[in-house]
Design a protein around this ligand. Structure first.
Ligand code: CMC
Length: 428
C-alpha cells in the first residue's frame, strides 16, 4: 500500500502522498498543499528539507558516503572511465558504445573553435579580473555568437547545443588563464584527447613544443570526473531554475558559474589553499585555527570542511586525498601545505565540535593541493571545478526541460510593514 502523510492544522486533516525513489528515499508530495489548505505554504530557508525535483542522474547517500552517476559508483568511474565517457553517461544516461564515444569526440572537436570576435570581449577585461567572472561573462557572450534558443523537442538540436558548449567551454576556460598570464591565446590541437587538449590550451608556450605528461593528464581526468555532478547543489539548482524560465542552455550555465564561484560552494577550493597558506605563514599552528573555527564570535570557518549532505565522509575527498599523495609522489613534489592539511584534518576529526556536527573534509579540502602540484594557479581552481561540473549542469538542464518542469518560483512569508498610506515628501 502506498504511504501517506497526514497534516493537521486547526483540527483539519490533510493527506499527502509519499513518493519513493528507486533507492527507497521518501518524499512527502506537497504539490496540492496550498490549494487544499487555502494558501498555507512551507518555509525552508536553504531548502535543507526540500526536494526541488525528481531526478535520474546522480544518487548520493550522505550517511553512507555513497555517490553514483546513473547508477555507477564514483570510485569505479574515477578508476576506470575517462572524463568524456562520464560526460556522455551523465548527459545521455548510458555509458557510450565505442561508436557513440567516437562520434561524440569528433563532433566536439568539430566545434572546438570560438568566434575570433570573442577575443575582443576578453581583451576588455583587466588582467586582474577573476577568471570565474570572466568565464561566466564569456559563456554568456557565446549566446550572441550562437543566437536562437535550443528547440528542446528536437533531439538533434539539443545534441548540437551540448556538443557546442562541451567544445567551446574548455577554450574559454583556458583563455581566462592565458589572459592573466599574458600568453597568446591557443586553440589547442584536435589530435589530442579532451583533457590533454585542455591542458595544452592552458599551458602551451608559443616558442615550445607542447609535451603531454601522462601523470598530469590522468590526475586532471580524475579530478574532472569527481566534480562532474552532485545532484541539486547550489550551482546546479541555479542552472535548473534559470533554465526553468526557458532561458537558453548557455545563459543557464553562465548563471551556474556565478553560483559556483562563492566560497561556500566551488570557491572553497581556492579558499582552502589560501587558508592553508595563511596557517603556514602564521607558523603552522593548526590548533589556533581550529579554535577560531569553533569560536561563534569569529566568522572564520574551516574551509573544505562540512557538507550539506555528507554527514559521514565525502567519498570524493577520500579519492582525492589518496590521489594528492600519489600525484605529489609521482611528480616528486614536496608541498608543506599537504602536511598542514593532514594535520588540520586529524585534529578536526578528533575534536568534539566537528564530530558532533558531523563535519568532515569535503571534495575541496585536498583538490587544491593537486591543482597546485599540476602548476594551476590558485585563482583558476574554481574554473577547474566548473570544467568538471559542465556535463552535470548540462545533464540536469536537459532533464529539467525534457521533464517539462514548471518555472521555479518559490513562495515566501512576508514579514514587512502592513498597509500604510502614502505620505508626500513634505509630510515625512
Ligand atoms: N567550519 C566550522 N564550523 C562549521 C563549518 C566549517 N567549515 N561548516 C559548518 N559548521 C558548523 C556551523 O557553524 C553550524 O554550527 P551550529 O550548529 O553550532 O550553528 C553547523 O556546523 C552546521 O553548519 P551549517 O552552516 O548549518 O551547514 P550547511 O549545511 O548550511 O553548510 C557548508 C554546509 C558546506 C556550506 C558549510 O559546512 C561550510 O561553510 N563549509 C566551508 C565551505 C566549504 O568547504 N564549502 C565546500 C562544500 S563541498 C563542494 C561544493 O559543494 O562546492
Amino acid at each position: 500500500m502506498s504511504k501517506k502523510a497526514t497534516l493537521e492544522i486547526d483540527g483539519n486533516k490533510y493527506e499527502f502522498p509519499i513518493i519513493e525513489g528507486t533507492e527507497k528515499e521518501l518524499g512527502i508530495d506537497i504539490k496540492t498543499l496550498r490549494s487544499a489548505t487555502g494558501g498555507i505554504t512551507t518555509i525552508d530557508p536553504g531548502y535543507k528539507n526540500t526536494g526541488s525535483c525528481e531526478s535520474g542522474i546522480t544518487f548520493l547517500d550522505g550517511e553512507k558516503g555513497i555517490l553514483r552517476y546513473r547508477g555507477y559508483s564514483i570510485e569505479e568511474l574515477a578508476e576506470k572511465a575517462d572524463f568524456l565517457e562520464v560526460a556522455y553517461l551523465l548527459i545521455f544516461g548510458e555509458l557510450p558504445t565505442a561508436e557513440q564515444l567516437d562520434k561524440f569526440d569528433k563532433d566536439i572537436k568539430e566545434e572546438s573553435h570560438v568566434d575570433e570576435d570573442m577575443k575582443r570581449i576578453l581583451d576588455g577585461f583587466p588582467k586582474s579580473a577573476h577568471p570565474m567572472g570572466v568565464l561566466s561573462s564569456l559563456t554568456s557572450a557565446l549566446i550572441a555568437f550562437n543566437p536562437g534558443s535550443v528547440d528542446v523537442d528536437s533531439e538533434e538540436a539539443m545534441y548540437n547545443a551540448i556538443v557546442k558548449i562541451m567544445a567551446k567551454f574548455p577554450v574559454l576556460a583556458a583563455w581566462t588563464m592565458r589572459k592573466r598570464k599574458s600568453l597568446p591565446l591557443d586553440y589547442g590541437d584536435n589530435a589530442l584527447g579532451y583533457v590533454e587538449n585542455l591542458h595544452k590550451m592552458m599551458f602551451s608556450r608559443p616558442n615550445k613544443t607542447y609535451e603531454a605528461n601522462k601523470i598530469v593528464n590522468d590526475a586532471l581526468d580524475k579530478l574532472l570526473i569527481l566534480h562532474a555532478d552532485h545532484e541539486q547543489n547550489c550551482s546546479t539548482s541555479t542552472v535548473r531554475i534559470v533554465g526553468s524560465s526557458h532561458a537558453g542552455l548557455f545563459a543557464s550555465l553562465s548563471a551556474g558559474i556565478s553560483a559556483l564561484w562563492g566560497p561556500l560552494h566551488g570557491g572553497a577550493n581556492q579558499a582552502v589553499i589560501e587558508m592553508l597558506e595563511a596557517i603556514k605563514e602564521d607558523g603552522g599552528d593548526t590548533a589556533k585555527y581550529i579554535a577560531k573555527a569553533k569560536d561563534k564570535e569569529d566568522s572564520f570557518r574551516l574551509m573544505g570542511f562540512g557538507h550539506r549532505v555528507y554527514k559521514n565522509f565525502d567519498p570524493r575527498a577520500k579519492i582525492i586525498k589518496a590521489s594528492a599523495e600519489e600525484v605529489l609522489g609521482d611528480l616528486g613534489i614536496e608541498d608543506p601545505v599537504l602536511d598542514i592539511a593532514k594535520g588540520l584534518a586529524k585534529v578536526a576529526l578528533e575534536d568534539e565540535y566537528f564530530v558532533k556536527r558531523k563535519l568532515y573534509p569535503n571534495v575541496d579540502f585536498y583538490s587544491g593541493i593537486i591543482y597546485r602540484a599540476l602548476g594551476i594557479p590558485t585563482e583558476m581552481f574554481t574554473v577547474m571545478f566548473a570544467l568538471g561540473r559542465l556535463p552535470g549542469w548540462i545533464a540536469q538542464w536537459r532533464e529539467m526541460r525534457l521533464r517539462k518542469e514548471p518555472i521555479g518560483r518559490p513562495r515566501q512569508i512576508y514579514i514587512g510593514e502592513t498597509y500604510r498610506p502614502f505620505k508626500s515628501v513634505s509630510e515625512r
